[in-house]
Design a binder for this molecule. Structure first.
Ligand SMILES: [Ca+2]
Length: 368
């Protein structure tokens, strides 16, 4: 079964009053958008065209399944520019300094959105990975709470909590940022988040039907091609690839388009809403299918859990935007082949803005 992302959706269970309400607008730095008449430095042009999106790869019986990637189908995207690397702490600091922007994890949550939540639960923070002391059963319901903890005061400036710092990690990807935080940065930079279709086009580097962004071999030449997790997840990280956590961007070879860390390191926010059945509905749409922007109706994590069990979504009333699921791509330094073999271009996962994590970041694109 797919490994779920831990969620703070429980906040919403005590906040029925917010259903149907719009999210309070956060500080928008768009008025400070940079003047970018030409493609900025650090971007790579991805040619437009048609490619085969998704994967129907047959994994062995010891591995998880990834039905959300099926069926494989053709998608056409226009050419676009994309950042060669994930947005770094150095870059995000420049944005935050210029605009005064505070991320969701820094601001915390608004009591108007969660009138029944205890004040302590509204303080800002992020989900932080903590290794378990011993081997654990990975796939039982709620198993992920054994290695994810919500830490007050954990945010992009303090990725493991108040006593941690990015001082020695300025070239690492920024983490603990939500979809909205990433959008705010993109607007300031005169860019935008990639669509899921653009992201996979870029990650494949022209290699349709290949398992990884470098080919089908997990470890060609006995060399790790991405910052992922080695050893026994989640209790023993051997960091055989050299990095027990995030790595500085460009620490591993680029793909054929010259893009770094399209596999592993941190999950990357896309502009699409996430639905696990999106590809199944997409292939039934009438032509043309160029430049798809994802499903129109959001789902929440509880809705997805019910869908995975029953193949039907609950008839749920409109729910808070903070619980909308947004697509993330690429996998992270916490992906292990037995549990989350998602450092593949076809892999799909999600974020919700209730749950910033210290293995999720982003990169930006610009239209041609
Ligand atoms: Ca690693």
């Amino acid at each position: 079964m797919p490994a779920p992302l831990p969620s703070l959706s429980f906040l919403l269970l005590t906040a029925a009053a917010v259903h149907g309400q719009e999210l309070q607008q956060s500080t928008s730095p768009s008025s400070l958008a940079a003047d970018t008449k030409e493609a900025p430095a650090g971007m790579v042009f991805i040619p437009g065209g048609t490619y085969r999106r998704g994967s129907d790869h047959k994994f062995n019986e010891t591995q998880a399944e990834y039905p959300e990637e099926k069926p494989v189908h053709e998608v056409t995207v226009d050419g676009f520019w994309i950042d060669a690397t994930e947005v770094t702490n150095r870059q995000f600091l420049k944005f935050a300094t210029a605009t005064g922007y505070k991320t969701q994890a820094e601001r915390g949550w608004d009591s108007k959105d969660f009138p029944n939540a205890p004040p302590e639960q509204l303080k800002g923070g992020s989900l932080i990975f903590k290794p378990t002391p011993r081997k654990v059963e990975l796939f039982q319901p709620g198993a992920e709470w054994q290695w994810w903890q919500f830490v007050r005061g954990a945010n992009w400036r303090h990725p493991e909590g108040p006593s941690s710092s990015i001082e020695s990690r300025m070239d690492h990807p920024v983490v603990c940022v939500t979809h909205e935080d990433a959008v705010a940065y993109c607007e300031w930079a005169g860019k935008r988040l990639p669509t899921e279709a653009e992201w996979e086009r870029a990650a494949r580097g022209g290699l349709d039907d290949k398992l990884f962004s470098w080919g089908d071999e997990p470890k060609p030449g006995n060399k790790w091609q991405a910052n992922v997790y080695q050893g026994e997840f989640p209790n023993r990280n051997t960091a055989e690839d050299g990095f027990p956590g995030t790595a500085p961007v460009k620490s591993f070879p680029p793909n054929a388009y010259g893009l770094y860390d399209m596999a592993g390191n941190v999950w990357e926010h896309c502009s699409d809403l996430y639905r696990p059945d999106y590809y199944k509905t997409f292939v039934k749409l009438p032509e043309p299918k160029a430049n798809p922007k994802g499903p129109e109706q959001p789902v929440s994590q509880p809705m997805v859990q019910q869908y995975l069990q029953t193949k039907n979504y609950p008839a749920e009333a409109p729910f808070h935007r903070l619980a909308w699921l947004w697509v993330t791509k690429g996998g992270s330094h916490l992906c292990h082949h037995t549990y989350c073999l998602r450092y593949r271009p076809a892999a799909r996962h999600y974020s919700e803005s209730l749950s910033p994590t210290n293995h999720t970041g982003f990169r930006c694109v610009r239209s041609e």
